[in-house]
Design a protein around this ligand. Structure first.
Ligand SMILES: Nc1ncnc2c1ncn2[C@@H]1O[C@H](COP(=O)(O)OP(=O)(O)OP(=O)(O)O)[C@@H](O)[C@H]1O
Length: 913
């Protein structure tokens, strides 16, 4: 505490009256008071006789009084820490002092406000005691024996040992003894500071019991600053079985006399109980009695063990230093404490956040000294300074936060501006969003919008490229059909449909697909997709000319018959000779799959019956919608189950599919048409009559004579792959349909990838969709498969066309380039912005310099252009001096004229900017 003997008494006493009395009492011992032989003996034993007068001046007349003094007081007298320590032990072990029956605690006297009260004069019943103390409020109600807790300051050493023992024997007999036994030297110097006692339990007749520590226990205490944590530990240990708190309602009745609770920690440290220790033990004992408590023997052991361990570490004096602050009881309700004990088993006192960050602290009352007050002054000052700095920092933070929040709530007012003054951008982003402002303010362009916007630019470039291609086709390395055939997985054909007028007019679309070669005497096998793009600056157009090679590429002008003859007829013939063949239509929605397969069916129907009466055929048509399979040959469209054939691995059939036996080509075509009519279609953005399902027509051929199967032809019309824009305005069901279509086509592509890589498709790839299940036999190597990829030529369909071409190319060549294209040429077009503006002469390219010179003055300077090096740029041109010009032109007059014209052009360009 750092206060002197008397000041400590004043500071630590709970009420002013008792404090004054205590001070007076302490100071009433005259230095020339008759010397106590025991005191003299004690001081002699420690070589401290010389200090006797000083000690007497401090009010010490017997050994027990030593315990009333602060360590600082003893140091002032001239005692070293070691001597104080030894003295402390001696006093604590002095049995003679304890056994003095006549001894009355000076503290008690002080507390009671009398200078000398003999034990006989003390109240003998709780009620008397309460009335005697003068600070007890009458308790109304049933339990009138309970009083407001009283601070009792009688010293243990003043209490006869027999009385304490009696209290043990019979708690109800001697409440006062119990008080005495539990009384502490509270408020009397540092030795005893803070040790006050709850007398309520003993006053109420329940307490009086206390534990006496066996003699011989070590009595060292740790240094003060080390004991803060220990306080809590010991308190918890003591609290396990009992609460030393009195019923809260007692203390709450009189807040003005709120009792300061005696910390249990005070029990620690001395072998033969010093007053505070006994007081606290009495407290515990009383509280246990009050709560129907248990034996404290275990806790005693714990404390002893701790004291032992601390003893080995402690080096400073721990004579009777108070560590815990006094606790104001009204804040704690008895039942709460009881519950806390039951639940956690430890906390007697509710903890609060330690202001110094030293962990949980006991819950102290408002008028109780803060825990830091118990620390040494130097430590306390340090902590207080630190806390002050923290508080200042916190207040600074709070004020800055408040400023910010006020700014947010009420932004600074601005004078309203007129409409004309208003900025074009009204929304201002601040803070983190400002980072995205650039992106937000930047206009986002759609690829197709850019294509359409610069249609003329791109079509010109494509036309020039096509013209150039006509000349250089021979230079382009084209794999011969025979070379391709050797590595063929399947036959892949590409059919380009014409660009519809409405696409050109409405969407400003243009044709970006070129089929090569264009000569009539060789069949086209290449297709070039002109992918028109803009570079990242959105100013420089660029065209990627992607070239793909296929077995045959059908231009938009070719007839259906031509397509059939080149892509399907061979398979029809092959089927008639006993082979299994499949023609698969693949492509984006609206690209002409149905259109093409319709023509093939019609033409194949005739071819199939050409063989006369030798063959008969059956037809089944099923529709795959998602994972469902429906029979298209029956009007009610029954759903069919896909069953895996046992005899053949990864072969599925639509079980129970209806089979027709058309006898004539017309019957067959009529059956095809009927099935197509039943097929689910709907109008989409890309196609007015878009197929929303996959259709599989299976034609099985039989020998009429024996009925044995001759061959088969499977015609598959896939639903078109869709992009988001194709289904942007679709209903939820339609979008779901589109998702299922894309999923099944994705499964088909996976099978195709397997085919191109290792030929054998694993079963799990077939099982991924109903489409691949039914196509499993067709995708096997024994079956001849022709895939006709249909593509739309519109620039807005570029991405989709590219995907189709890549899939087809992958399918065609085993181990082909992963992306499918065999050649890519990138053509960067002139920057659209620089073209619109007049280029500054220094930006001219060598060609532009040549052109300018050639055209200047009607060709008057054409000879100059030929004399310049080919890499002569505009940058070099603008640096020409007059002398250079004269030199180049060969005459002074022409030279000066050239110089003037050049600088006229430069000035004109500067002015135009
Ligand atoms: N080569 C072509 N010549 C003329 N018109 C064509 C050609 N190919 C397709 N068309 C027309 O384009 C439109 C869409 O064709 P089709 O229905 O065959 O496309 P699709 O690929 O089957 O589309 P979806 O996958 O949505 O069913 C039809 O009106 C069709 O007549």
């Amino acid at each position: 505490m750092g206060c002197g003997a008397s000041s400590a008494k004043a500071a630590c006493s709970p009420d002013a009256t008792s404090t004054k009395t205590a001070s007076k009492s302490a100071g009433s011992r005259a230095p020339n008071e008759p010397r106590d032989p025991e005191l003299l003996q004690l001081l002699e034993a420690h070589g401290l006789v010389e200090q006797l007068p000083d000690l007497q001046a401090l009010g010490v007349s017997k050994p027990a009084h030593l315990s009333d003094l602060l360590v600082e007081d003893l140091e002032e007298v001239g005692l070293s820490r070691v001597q104080i320590r030894q003295l402390q032990r001696a006093v604590a072990q002095d049995p003679t002092d304890r056994s003095s029956p006549s001894a009355v605690s000076p503290l008690r006297l002080r507390e009671n406000g009398t200078s000398a009260v003999s034990p006989q004069e003390l109240p003998q019943t709780p009620k008397e005691f309460a009335q005697h103390s003068g600070i007890v409020s009458e308790r109304k109600g049933r339990d009138t024996t309970h009083t407001t807790p009283v601070r009792v300051t009688s010293k243990q050493e003043d209490v006869p040992r027999s009385a304490a023992t009696d209290a043990h024997k019979d708690e109800h007999e001697a409440p006062l003894d119990g008080i005495r036994a539990g009384a502490s030297s509270s408020g009397s110097g540092r030795f005893a500071q803070g040790y006050s006692q709850s007398a309520s339990s003993s006053v109420g007749g329940l307490g009086g019991r206390h534990d006496v520590k066996p003699k011989g226990a070590p009595s060292k205490k740790p240094p003060l600053y080390k004991q803060t944590q220990k306080v809590e530990k010991v308190q918890r240990a003591d609290a396990n079985g009992a609460s030393c708190l009195p019923p809260a309602d007692q203390s709450s009745r009189d807040p003005g006399t709120a009792q300061r609770h005696l910390p249990v920690l005070a029990c620690e440290g001395v072998r033969q109980e010093p007053p505070h220790r006994q007081a606290s033990q009495a407290d515990v004992g009383e509280a246990k009695g009050h709560l129907g408590g248990r034996e404290t023997h275990d806790h005693e052991q714990i404390r002893e063990q701790r004291a032992d361990s601390e003893d080995s570490r402690a080096s400073s004096v721990g004579f009777d230093v108070t560590l815990l602050p006094e606790v104001t009881l009204p804040q704690l309700k008895g039942p709460q404490v009881h519950e806390a004990n039951k639940e956690e088993g430890t906390p007697l006192l509710m903890s609060r956040q330690d202001p110094f960050g030293a962990g949980p602290q006991p819950n102290v009352g408002r008028d109780a000294p803060a825990p830091s007050a118990q620390l040494p002054p130097a430590v306390r000052q340090r902590l207080e300074a630190r806390e002050e700095a923290r508080r200042a920092q916190r207040s600074r933070d709070v004020s800055s936060d408040r400023e910010v929040s006020e700014r947010v709530r009420s932004p600074p007012r601005r004078e309203p501006r007129s409409t004309s003054e208003r900025p074009s951008v009204t929304r201002v982003h601040t803070g983190p969003r400002a980072a995205s402002l650039g992106a937000a303010s930047r206009q986002m362009f759609n690829k197709n919008e850019l294509r359409a916007a610069h249609r003329a630019l791109f079509t010109d470039a494509i036309a020039k490229y096509q013209a150039k291609l006509e000349q250089t086709t021979a230079d382009f390395v084209v794999r011969s059909p025979s070379a391709l055939r050797s590595s063929r997985v399947v036959d892949v054909y590409v059919r380009k449909r014409p660009l519809f007028p409405h696409e050109e007019t409405k969407r400003n679309d243009f044709d970006v697909v070129s089929v090569l070669p264009r000569s009539s005497h060789s069949s086209p096998t290449q297709v070039i997709l002109h992918n028109c793009l803009f570079q990242a600056d959105l100013r420089t157009p660029v065209i990627h000319h992607l070239r793909f090679a296929f077995d045959h590429v059908f231009d938009d002008e070719v007839s259906d018959e031509h397509v059939y003859e080149n892509a399907a007829m061979s398979l029809v013939e092959s089927a008639k000779t006993g082979h299994a063949n499949t023609i698969l239509m693949f492509g984006q929605t609206g690209s002409g799959k149905t259109h093409t397969i319709k023509a093939i069916e019609r033409l194949a129907a005739h071819d199939l019956f050409i063989s006369g009466h030798r063959l008969s055929l059956t037809l089944s048509v099923v529709e795959l919608r998602g994972s469902h399979c429906f029979d298209l040959l029956l009007p009610n469209l029954p759903e069919l189950r896909l069953r895996e054939l046992r005899e053949q691995q990864s072969a599925f059939i639509a079980e129970g599919a209806h089979e027709l036996h058309p006898q004539t080509p017309e019957d067959l075509v009529a059956a095809f048409e009927a099935a197509r009519q039943r097929r689910a279609t709907s109008a989409t953005e890309a196609n007015d009559e878009s197929s929303r399902s996959h259709a599989i027509c299976s034609i099985r051929l039989f020998e009429r004579s024996g009925g044995s199967p001759a061959g088969s032809l499977t015609l598959v019309d896939c639903a078109g792959t869709e992009r988001r824009k194709d289904s942007a305005n679709h209903s939820k069901e339609r979008q779901q349909e589109g998702a299922e279509i894309n999923a099944s086509l994705h499964a088909l592509k996976e099978c195709i990838r397997f085919m191109s890589k290792r030929q054998r498709i694993p079963p799990h790839a077939f099982r991924a969709s109903a489409l691949t299940k039914l196509l499993a036999t067709s995708l096997c190597s024994e079956t001849r498969l022709s895939v006709i990829c249909t593509i739309a030529p519109a620039a807005s369909d570029t991405e989709h066309t590219l995907s189709t071409l890549r899939t087809g190319a992958t399918l065609r060549i085993k181990g082909s380039d992963q992306r499918g294209e065999s050649d890519v040429q990138k053509e960067v077009l002139q920057n659209i912005l620089t073209k619109q503006r007049d280029l500054h002469p220094r930006q001219w390219s060598p060609q532009q310099v040549q052109t300018w010179l050639t055209e200047l003055e009607d060709g008057n300077f054409a000879d100059v252009s030929s004399s310049l090096p080919t890499e002569f740029t505009g940058q070099m041109l603008v640096r020409l001096s007059e002398g250079h010009c004269v030199q180049l032109c060969g005459s002074e007059g022409r030279g000066r004229l050239l110089f003037d014209l050049l600088h006229k052009a430069i000035r004109g360009s500067d002015q135009s900017r």
